[in-house]
Design a protein around this ligand. Structure first.
Ligand code: FAD
Length: 658
């Protein structure tokens, strides 16, 4: 088969966003020869789009903040479904990761006394987000990129080759994780520009591919978010955890149609912006749920006072966690109190001087001016929910980021599940990807170090490489493969139908019959996707790339729909109209998705070419319930018992004293 390039590395990192770059830096610093592969140009990952900031309890703006408060906020935000050990490590290590970025050259906004400034965000008790205006992700990536270049310069001085220990393969897509028995042996992929195939052999692979938003029609996510890493893990035999939890950010642009879904950062509300309906009412005061009643203001006056005196007032309900705000907006629009284009109004113009708005929210100012011809210093924005983030993901070991069941496979960043429970707090993704990116790099390097001699290194199986190449080439032979089945399917049409299905039937408010309908439609799309055909050749052919991405989006969408149908309660990013309350009995239930049939076997179910098997009407995903570990008592002791009663199941409460 036509594999043009085959190289050997210790660690391969798939993805060059914040998680991937932080993992690569760590692995290289621990002595592992590290390759980074990314779909887009180096420095252009989705992380660049992050606006508001990095959550870390440095206590620079309010000294009351510490890791325990951050841990509590994160668990509350996730409605106690978080893998508590991840939430603990994240809260403890995030400040160190931010300070480290500063030593690597990041230029954060400052407080008056010269410390890193921190801003308010939904669900965070104190101002906690280290930021650079509303372009924090750009600075984060710039800093990590610069660190990588400095390591490469160091390597050049020692070896005469910049890329001897750390190399970035940009504009390359990985389509398969290769295995030797149960363990990882490398990755297979193609160069987007030339279409040529490559194999990178390595005993450790870190998946850091981000999210799944492109399976939904209205999304804030970039073109890269086709759930590749989720699917790569599934196909390699690693289960996905709690995929029903998809975050719909409350504030995306709703107008004009061409930009629908583009994010309006939460910093707008953190800095004083308010939500109003068509009657001009600040409606969020009507939507504070019981579990949060004590922590949020009851009147506009109290909420407004909080911005200047947070120690003696409660925060405004516009800063409730995202799931609450998104549901409230949805309800207002449904009740007929929406804005002209089907959203609600988000107003900063009456809350801050124009000059302050332009300084604190420069990207938002330009985004609305250029894309919608709206001057946010003079008029309100129109906003509505948009698919933004996936809390579900690869099931990993909390300390090491190792994917369950596949030695040598690691996952970090948005692609990993568990850290955020049922709902992520804003700012907790950038901190998550720094904390767990570093951990994944460290343990992947350790794993590879144990396999330095030839005998212990995993081998690449030629049959798997051939099967992966055949799978990648399938779209070019759709015309001739099954002529009796009709003309080949257009990948763009299939993608549009998939996005519409997920948006309409597995979106922000879910109902049993609709999710069943979605699963039937996904089975139909899977069958049709086997005949997705493209014309032309392998040199930069976007239709071909999409045809290959469809496999991933279909697998991931089935996981979301299946898990959403199974979980008969509403919690965080999962809202069931037919089961509208949170049910404490579900707190310890994790839903694990894996491929039905033996995974990773090229000839068997889950092997190349079979992931979209048309004949399996029942779908290709198997769902299992697993019970989580009980939360460690010293962590539970950080909460009042009255609060725990709202979340924990009866058997968990029995163990707590009075
Ligand atoms: P990414 O940064 O998306 O990187 C994924 C990488 O994987 C890319 O390099 C991509 O090319 C590569 N890749 C994907 N598939 C493949 C493949 N098959 N082969 C090879 N490479 C592949 N979070 C916060 O905490 N604070 C914020 O202020 C914030 N603001 C946001 C604003 C916007 C508009 C959006 C959309 C999100 C925001 N988020 C924010 C969320 C946060 O940006 C993301 O969750 C985070 O950046 C994900 O980082 P990552 O490293 O996991 O993935």
């Amino acid at each position: 088969m036509s594999v043009v390039d085959r190289q050997e590395w210790d660690v391969v990192v798939v993805g060059a966003g914040g998680a991937g770059l932080r993992a690569a830096i760590e692995a290289r610093e621990r002595g592992a020869r590290t390759a980074v592969v990314c779909k887009s140009l180096f420095g252009k990952a989705h992380t660049v789009m992050a606006e508001g900031g990095i959550a870390a309890s440095m206590g620079n703006v309010n000294s009351g903040d510490d890791w325990q408060v951050h841990f509590r906020d994160t668990m509350r935000g996730g409605k106690f479904l978080n893998q508590w050990r991840m939430a603990e490590l994240h809260a403890q290590e995030a400040p160190q990761r931010v300070w480290e970025l500063e030593t690597w050259g990041a230029l954060f906004d400052r407080t008056k006394d010269g410390r890193i400034s921190q801003r308010n965000f939904g669900g965070h008790e104190y101002p906690r987000l280290a930021h650079v205006g509303d372009r924090t992700g750009l600075e984060l990536i710039r800093t990590l990129q610069q660190k990588i270049v400095s390591l490469q310069q160091e390597d050049f001085r020692e070896t005469g080759d910049h890329e001897s220990r750390l190399k970035v393969f940009q504009e390359c897509t990985v389509t398969r994780v290769l295995k030797d028995g149960r363990s990882v042996s490398g990755v297979f992929g193609y160069e987007r520009e030339t279409g040529r195939f490559f194999v990178l052999q390595a005993p450790s692979v870190v998946i850091a591919t981000g999210g799944i938003g492109k399976s939904f029609k209205v999304t804030s996510n970039s073109w890269e978010y086709t759930g590749d890493g989720h699917a790569l893990a599934l196909l390699a035999g690693a289960p996905l955890l709690n995929m029903e939890f998809v975050q719909f950010h409350p504030t995306g642009m709703v107008w004009p149609p061409s930009v629908k879904g583009i994010l309006v950062t939460e910093s707008v509300r953190g800095d004083g912006g308010v939500l109003r309906n068509s009657d001009g009412k600040r409606f969020m005061f009507d939507y504070v749920p019981d579990v949060f009643k004590e922590k949020y203001a009851e009147s506009e006056e109290e909420g407004d006072r909080w911005y200047d005196d947070p120690d003696h007032n409660r925060r405004p309900p516009e800063l409730l966690p995202r799931d609450e705000v998104a549901r409230a907006i949805n309800a207002e629009v449904k009740e007929g109190r929406g804005s002209p284009h089907g959203g609600v109004f988000l107003d900063v113009s009456t809350r801050m001087p124009a000059e302050v708005i332009r300084r604190r929210l420069p990207s938002m100012y330009h985004q609305f001016k250029e894309l919608a011809d709206v001057d946010i210093t003079a008029e309100a924005m129109e906003v509505g929910p948009t698919c933004h983030y996936v809390m579900g993901g690869v099931a990993v070991d909390s300390d090491t980021a190792a994917a369950r069941g596949v030695p040598g496979l690691y996952a970090a960043g948005e692609v990993a599940g568990g850290m955020h429970g049922s709902n992520r707090l804003g700012g907790n993704s950038l901190s998550d990807l720094l904390v767990f990116g570093r951990r994944a790099g460290r343990y992947a390097a350790d794993h590879a170090a144990g396999r330095t001699d030839d005998g212990a290194r995993a081998r690449v199986d030629a049959a798997q490489v051939d099967a992966a190449a055949a799978e990648a080439l399938r779209p070019f032979s759709a015309e001739t493969r099954e002529p009796e089945a009709g003309p080949p399917e257009n990948p763009y049409t299939l993608h549009q139908e998939l996005q519409q299905t997920m948006n309409d039937l597995v979106g922000i408010i879910r109902r049993e019959p609709e999710m069943e309908q979605a699963l039937r439609k996904l089975a139909e799309l899977r069958a049709r996707a086997r005949r997705a055909g493209v014309e032309g050749h392998r040199q930069f052919n976007p239709g071909w790339h999409l045809a290959l991405d469809l496999r991933n989006m279909l697998l991931v969408s089935e996981c979301v729909a299946r898990a959403a149908l199974e979980r008969t309660e509403s919690r965080g990013g999962h809202t069931r109209e037919d089961h509208p309350s949170m049910d404490r009995r579900w707190r310890r239930a994790n839903l694990m998705c894996s491929l039905a049939g033996p995974a990773g076997d090229p000839a068997g179910p889950g092997g190349p070419g079979d992931a979209l098997a048309a004949d399996r009407e029942q779908g290709v995903i198997r769902l299992e319930r697993r019970t989580t570990e009980p939360v460690r008592p010293d962590l539970l002791a950080l909460f009042e018992k009255e609060e725990l009663v709202k979340y924990l199941a009866d058997d968990e409460l029995e163990g707590l004293g009075e």
